[in-house]
Design a protein around this ligand. Structure first.
Ligand code: CP
Length: 346
């Protein structure tokens, strides 16, 4: 399989047919029916934020199929990078994307970038000053791609996480077979931090790309980006699916075949995290995925992108049950990474 696009910022950059092609390719690689050729290919992986699955899936895919992945962490083992236009670089940044992107992309065949302002480790306070609208422009990856000479993959930005979405789609096809007519619930979960909306946006598209009947279950005040909702609606309705939003937990779980949980921060409270924490405090217990809620479904399986906080987002009983698909979902990060890397470099 070959992808013509030079940018995979979200699965909206490719057609539904190409999404289906990548899922088929990933499943064929997984089963040994297809080979992906990454021989002598080099992938640069620029991680501004921590990662387990994304980094290891890409590095493992490159290594297994004859290529090599080089991961770097800006500011820790490289220079600090700048992407502003006409900026006077007298601060803490040493290299501009106007040089960085062509230099890296003359040495490598494909580049992956993770840069999300809301991902933090070791602190409950996100260090964010910009508005969501400003951060959702994902300026660094867009500017990098502007000056890049090879394909650029988004490994999670402020707005999208397409590699997670593709792994989720692959997992649902694997477990459900025909996905049209199946009910997919993306449920908000309480979390001590204000997490990014990139993953739920891409998970929403993971089901929309498959033409599923999608329900976004979330409290008032935690709506996803309206442009993303509109794009997801258009994709799923074009294939006979549907999209609805509700705050009614019982109605949402009822009849579901897939329950995907994700915590995300409120766009209404963006940057006012202490106010958000107060507003969501009463929601803490009610929104946990537990066996009582799963019992309302049509034998649904449970998905989560991981890492997950046990007994905060989902109970041990659900996570450790046969209905949990989280390990298969994480494994599919490898096969979808191999498919994407192969399709972009062939
Ligand atoms: N789900 C996911 O992207 O995991 P990592 O943050 O560990 O890469």
């Amino acid at each position: 399989m070959r992808l013509e696009t030079k940018r995979l910022f979200s699965t909206l950059d490719i057609s539904v047919e190409e999404v289906r092609g990548l899922i088929d390719f990933a499943r064929s690689i997984k089963s040994g029916r297809a080979k992906v050729d990454l021989f002598n290919k080099v992938c640069a992986l620029i991680f501004f934020n921590p990662s387990v699955r994304t980094r290891i899936s890409c590095e493992s895919a490159m290594a297994r199929y004859g290529g090599h992945g080089i991961a770097i962490s800006p500011g820790r083992d490289t220079w600090n990078f700048e992407c502003g236009e006409r900026v006077v670089m007298d601060g803490n940044t040493q290299e501009h994307v106007r040089e960085l992107a062509p230099v890296i992309t003359r040495m490598c065949h494909v580049v992956g970038i993770r840069k999300s302002e809301l991902i933090t480790v070791g602190s409950d306070k996100a260090d964010v000053t910009g508005s969501y609208a400003e951060l959702a422009k994902d300026e660094f990856i867009h500017r990098f791609a502007e000056f890049a000479e090879v394909p650029v993959i988004n490994l999670e930005s402020n707005r999208w996480h397409p590699m997670q979405g593709l792994a989720d789609s692959t997992t649902m096809v694997e477990k459900l077979g025909e996905t049209r007519g199946k009910k997919y619930v993306l449920t908000w979960a309480w979390h001590p931090k204000s997490l990014p909306v990139a993953t739920p946006h891409s998970q929403l598209l993971s089901a929309a790309n498959l033409g599923m009947d999608v329900t976004v279950l979330r409290p008032d005040g935690w709506a996803l980006d309206p442009e993303v909702m509109a794009a997801a609606r258009e994709r799923t309705e074009a294939q006979g699916g549907s999209l609805q939003e509700t705050a009614d937990i019982g109605a949402a779980y009822s009849g579901a075949q897939v329950v995907c949980a994700k915590a995300w921060g409120s766009l209404d409270y963006y940057g006012r995290f202490e106010e958000e924490a107060k507003a969501k405090a009463p929601l803490r217990k009610e929104w946990v995925v537990d066996t009582d809620k799963m019992a309302k479904t049509d034998n649904a399986f449970f998905m989560h992108c991981l890492p997950v906080r046990r007994n905060i987002v989902v109970t041990d009983d659900v996570l450790d049950s046969n209905s949990s698909a989280v390990i298969d979902e994480a494994e599919n990060r490898l096969w979808t990474a191999a498919a994407v890397l192969g399709a972009l470099t062939s």
